[in-house]
Design a protein around this ligand. Structure first.
Ligand code: MG
Length: 486
């Protein structure tokens, strides 16, 4: 009698355990899956300013412009002091950020095919963008702001992986239809305030123009309204939000209640308004309780437009500005913030906007395109652990010309331009070598003292050049460049 009972008891216990296990595992398994979506794939936000100089934020040393929100972001995150863009002007710089490739590879230049508003060009469809990569990994994708990689329907952001678009599709000084010359007015009167109606730029939602001319006085605020709405709408799924502000590219505009508030004139007012609106984005993340699963990156597309006098920014101690391959043209103020994940502090490691592609792929489990050459390094070891940076060098391209290389502490120029406003090329008798850590302002050419360093760097430049297959549009650019920067 007893023997048959034992298996029966065991079977009963087993069945009860099974029911118990199923009843707990079911919802738990679902919850784990949900948490996988929400915690294992971080959200990414890239806030990208236009022509913001390395020295324009108080956390990067500006003496009077007040940027408390960015300062707090830097204190909570990592302030990268040696972070580079891949080109010293808007369009190619943005192409590099979007693709993780030097723009020589995809034809995006300031000289050909992308001069707006009459451009017929744009980022080739064959390129794989950050947005496309993340979208295919389950991300909601949105862009709010200046696209500048093609404004014809076939080049708009929705053709490059973005679900949603709101913004001015190119630079805010294009489509000028009336009014005095901006630079002349600024030089006459530092208090000059432009008229938004003089710039017939469109404001678009999706592929439709919803306002023209766009009222640029409120553009920073309105971009942020859209960004905050995007965050709220997509708070429960992984998202990528790209927020390229139109400011502080000239003509400068600021909300009425912020005019005259900074000690640095209209330029300072504009930066302080951007700062306040970065604060609104960070606040929205807190409210949605997604602060700790969102990596926010703040940076700029190129250095300050120095020829606009007090309406242009400052590169701090760096030489030159926008349009040049000096540090002031291509080193940009950059902050990464991800509470609870990345250690806070100053980060002097080399990095580039080129690296967002590989870094975001690594952090989200997305797959990088494997059928092409990328110039992107995964910075997550530095962000998460503070060491093991795979980026050890940077190449300074401007359109089809390779001007310089940085490797470790050394920078070698084989070409250069006058340091202000996309100046004329300067004839160099011989390559110039700078120890960029001891001489951040590129003042002391030490090529004669270190001939071996010079020859090693020249060799490395040649190897890099040999690795590049230039896009045909790039080869068509005349070697003496005269195009207006964007
Ligand atoms: Mg720019």
């Amino acid at each position: 009698m007893r023997q048959p009972c034992i298996p029966l008891v065991l079977l009963t216990i087993y069945s009860l355990l099974l029911i118990e296990t199923i009843s707990h595992c079911g919802p738990t398994a679902v919850a784990m899956d949900a948490s996988k979506n929400s915690t294992e794939k971080p959200n990414f936000i890239v806030i990208f300013c236009d022509d913001l100089g390395w020295g324009d934020l108080s956390c990067f040393g500006h003496p009077v412009i007040r940027t408390p929100n960015l300062d707090r972001m830097a204190a909570e995150g990592q302030r990268w002091t040696q972070f580079y863009v891949a080109a010293p002007v808007c369009t190619p710089s943005r192409a590099a950020l979007m693709t993780g490739r030097y723009p020589i590879r995809n034809g995006m230049s300031s000289a050909r095919g992308v001069l707006f508003p009459n451009s017929g060009g744009g980022l080739p469809q064959e390129e794989v963008t950050l947005a496309e990569m993340l979208k295919s990994n389950g991300y909601a994708t949105g862009i709010v702001g200046k696209w500048h990689l093609g404004h014809l329907p076939k080049y708009l952001p929705q053709t490059q992986g973005f679900d949603e678009y709101f913004g001015i599709p190119y630079s805010n000084d294009m489509d000028k239809v009336a009014g005095p010359g901006y630079r002349a007015e600024v030089l006459k009167d530092a208090q000059y305030y432009p008229d938004s109606a003089h710039y017939n730029v469109p404001l678009m939602r999706g592929d439709q123009i919803i306002e023209r001319p766009a009222d640029q006085n409120t553009i920073t605020q309105r971009y942020t309204d859209e960004a905050v709405a995007f965050i709220r709408k997509h708070q429960s799924q992984p998202f990528f939000l790209y927020l390229p502000h139109s400011m502080p590219h000239i003509p400068l505009f600021v909300s009425e209640d912020r005019r005259g508030k900074s000690l640095a004139g209209l330029y300072g007012d504009v930066i302080e308004e951007i700062d306040a609106n970065v604060g609104r984005v960070l606040e929205a993340l807190k409210e949605c309780q997604i602060d700790e699963r969102t990596l926010v990156v703040f940076s700029s597309d190129n250095g300050p437009w120095l020829s606009f006098d007090t309406h242009g920014g400052s590169a701090g101690p760096l030489r030159g500005g926008k349009g040049t391959t000096f540090e002031g043209g291509m080193r940009v103020p950059t902050i990464f913030r991800w509470p609870g994940k990345i250690a806070s502090g100053v980060q002097p490691a080399l990095g580039s906007t080129l690296d967002l592609m590989a870094t975001f792929a690594s952090l989200s489990g997305a797959e990088l395109p494997g059928d092409r050459k990328l110039d992107s390094y995964d910075l997550s070891p530095v962000l998460l652990g503070g060491q093991g940076n795979p980026r050890t060098e940077m190449f300074y391209w401007t359109n089809a010309q390779l001007h310089a290389i940085r490797q470790g502490a050394w920078k070698l120029h084989v070409k250069m331009r006058e340091p202000v406003n996309y100046g004329k090329e300067v004839a160099l008798a011989a390559p110039e070598l700078y120890h960029i850590e001891r001489d951040v302002s590129e003042r002391h050419n030490v090529a004669e003292k270190y001939p071996e360093v010079v020859s090693n760097l020249l060799e490395r430049m040649e190897a890099h050049r040999a690795d590049i297959e230039p896009h045909p549009d790039m080869l068509a650019i005349p070697l003496v460049e005269s195009a207006k920067p964007q």
